[in-house]
Ligand binder design. Sequence first.
Ligand SMILES: Nc1nc2c(c(=O)[nH]1)N[C@H]1C(S)=C(S)[C@@H](COP(=O)(O)OP(=O)(O)OC[C@H]3O[C@@H](n4cnc5c(=O)[nH]c(N)nc54)[C@H](O)[C@@H]3O)O[C@H]1N2
Ligand SMILES: Nc1nc2c(c(=O)[nH]1)N[C@H]1C(S)=C(S)[C@@H](COP(=O)(O)OP(=O)(O)OC[C@H]3O[C@@H](n4cnc5c(=O)[nH]c(N)nc54)[C@H](O)[C@@H]3O)O[C@H]1N2
Ligand code: SF4
Ligand SMILES: [Mo]
Length: 717
Amino acid sequence: MPDRTVHAVCSHDCPDSCGVLVTIDDAGRATRLQGDPSHPVTRGFLCGKVAKYLDRVYSPDRLLYPMRRRAGVPKGPLPQGREMEAFERIGWDEALDVISARLQAVSDEYGPESILPYSYAGTIGVLGYGSMDRRFFHRLGASQLDRTICSSAGGDAFVSVYGRKLGTDTEDFRYARLVIAWGANIHGNNIHLWPVIEEARRKGARLIVIDPYATRTAKLADWHIAIRPGTDVALALGIMHVLIRDGLYDAGYVASHTHGFDALRERVKDYTPERVALWTGVPTAGIEQLAREYTAAAPAVIRMNYGIQRSENGGAAARAVSMLPLLTGAWKLRGGGLQLSTSGAFPWDKHALERPELMLSSPLKRHARIVNMSQLGQALTELDAPRVHALFVYNSNPAAVAPDQAQVLRGLKREDLFTVVHEQFFTDTADYADILLPATTFLEHKDFQGAYGHYHVQLSSQAIEPLGEARSNVDLFSALAQRMEFTEPCFQDTAEDLIRQALREDGDQPAWLAGITEKALEEAGGCMRMKFECEAEGKPFLPFADGGFLTPSGKGEFYSELLAAAGLDPLPGFRPPVESRHQEPAVYPLEFLPRKADNYMNSTFANLPGHRKMENGRHGILEMHAIDAGHRGIREGDKVEVFNGRGSLILKAVLTEGVPEGVVASRLNWNKLSPGGNNVNLLTSQRLTDIGGGATFYSTLVEVRKAAPETGAEIVY
Ligand SMILES: Nc1nc2c(c(=O)[nH]1)N[C@H]1C(S)=C(S)[C@@H](COP(=O)(O)OP(=O)(O)OC[C@H]3O[C@@H](n4cnc5c(=O)[nH]c(N)nc54)[C@H](O)[C@@H]3O)O[C@H]1N2
Ligand SMILES: Nc1nc2c(c(=O)[nH]1)N[C@H]1C(S)=C(S)[C@@H](COP(=O)(O)OP(=O)(O)OC[C@H]3O[C@@H](n4cnc5c(=O)[nH]c(N)nc54)[C@H](O)[C@@H]3O)O[C@H]1N2
Ligand code: SF4
Ligand SMILES: [Mo]
């Protein structure tokens, strides 16, 4: 048989959701991955991480069969390559028996809420992210997980202003005259937006980057504003101050489409450029110029990304920045407005997929308690009534990515906690599993997906057979439900059934989904654009050009009654993070950016030799400004100790102008591949954002001191 090509979708947690063409040889092996050239955003290329994806799929380190912890081996890390010393192979039957018996026993003894699922976005395929798994845990009556670790602060903030997550079409950025990348590492995290910005720049557009760190994007910009972390709300209010003071806003748009302008005008009076400059580190003249450039360029578009909301005041910051195009009316023009996420364009039937009412048929007979995933450490060690006795991890590597790592690892180490991990690799979390199950990659199962960075829905066909005994998330939770004798027919649903339900194929499809079915997707080569009515009439999709707000007032809300009713500030205002230099006295003097790696996806890929090579030179380093180093007698290449009340890391100092004075930065990695056995999350806290209960990775204070050359570090629990 000659080679075949299958259309799949990259399921990593990335706004681009690329269409991927997989070439398969006559032995059924994938031999090549290519970006789909017909996908208008993918444009035939994949990022460096996924271009090398076959290294991951066929890695000799893949988990290929179920395993059980060997009797007497304590939980905790083993060096990479030696993990099998802790585990022994078992069959799927035995694995399902052990898991169902233990979950049943825990439920009987402590109540089902003592079971905690923990998942995030290992896959953002609609089925793999949340479908059969949710049904399973709902029917068990397990604690519900509030999935806050990434975007809930910014997401809830944006929705408080607009009522829905829509934004400027990625493809329309080419029409912009000014692009502001605000807390958005486009080159590292959202690469398919870059060619569109380049196209706009060739036609004369300017690019401004607002980021404390000199990313590759910032280095390529016309103007890099190295704002101090956690002060974006002040900068946005400062811009509004200038726009309103000088009458540079769109009074017509404000009058027709917004709510609460008078209250906003009062609020921004306090945010003079002089005051804002003191907080943000952006000079007064810079603030004036930014405001003027922003309002003069038409169309102007802001790519706000989730960087600004990983801060204690991240909700207010995302609200304030979101409001800027409401003030200038930038939404009216094609290529103007703002993009945080496009995910609100995809009206899947989430209720049908997740079946929350199954909680009522669980032993609990009511809705289960909700546990915030950004406080996993507390959940595993402090939460009571009932205490967590079983943890089921899939789609996530919390030992590496969750904040306040010492407490997380202390929890995972509990010998009385029954932990199941469904994974592709021996991650940091797998090291703490009682039962370890092998998971498929996106080449090995069927799924479908929208995107949070474009408006296309895609079918991800299964390209190859699962490796070894790996199972998809859907198949795993369906099998477990059978084993636990859950008789509801929904546990028998196949991937095809779930796709049909999600797309509402059997009922009235909402306008934007009209005619989008699995069959239609197949016939279209795997990808269809959402069916915006205006486009059928030849008009571009401009989400808020003329209304379209799903807020209580039906307008874009500067002032939010909903937030007021929740006891929150109804207007954006600058409250410095507790962990920031603006507190007197600051607990520790330096602001820490525990960043994502450009060549990994959070902790994913960090274990693969080819990917590590691309990230070479970035491992185990602390980037710091020469002035901060000078004060501490630190020189380039010195071993340094980076510490706060939560822990201490030994890193190598790299002196750079890429971080402002007062800010130091380091990158996510696997713990067991980090010197000393802990990564940057040893220093981050479980404090939550002002809105949305999100994690506050970028509000972290530390001190740095020179370490003796021979210093090692012990793993901290
Ligand atoms: N290569 C790669 N791509 C990825 C990921 C990855 O790990 N690696 N992760 C994926 C995931 S899960 C997500 S959520 C997206 C996120 O993509 P982004 O939203 O771009 O997220 P971050 O990299 O967290 O933050 C973006 C930028 O915000 C800056 N920043 C930090 N604090 C502040 C601040 O207070 N103000 C301002 N203005 N900027 C600040 C950071 O320095 C960073 O350069 O990327 C996805 N894509
Ligand atoms: N310091 C610091 N910490 C951070 C961040 C940061 O910027 N700095 N970013 C935060 C953000 S934005 C996010 S989104 C989180 C991400 O946190 P996670 O969602 O935990 O992301 P990953 O580290 O990519 O781990 C995902 C795991 O899922 C597995 N996986 C992939 N596909 C499947 C599948 O189909 N089934 C199963 N069962 N498993 C699968 C992968 O092998 C991988 O180990 O991290 C957060 N943590
Ligand atoms: S990680 Fe993002 S950019 Fe890379 S292939 Fe996947 S969707 Fe595309
Ligand atoms: Mo994320």
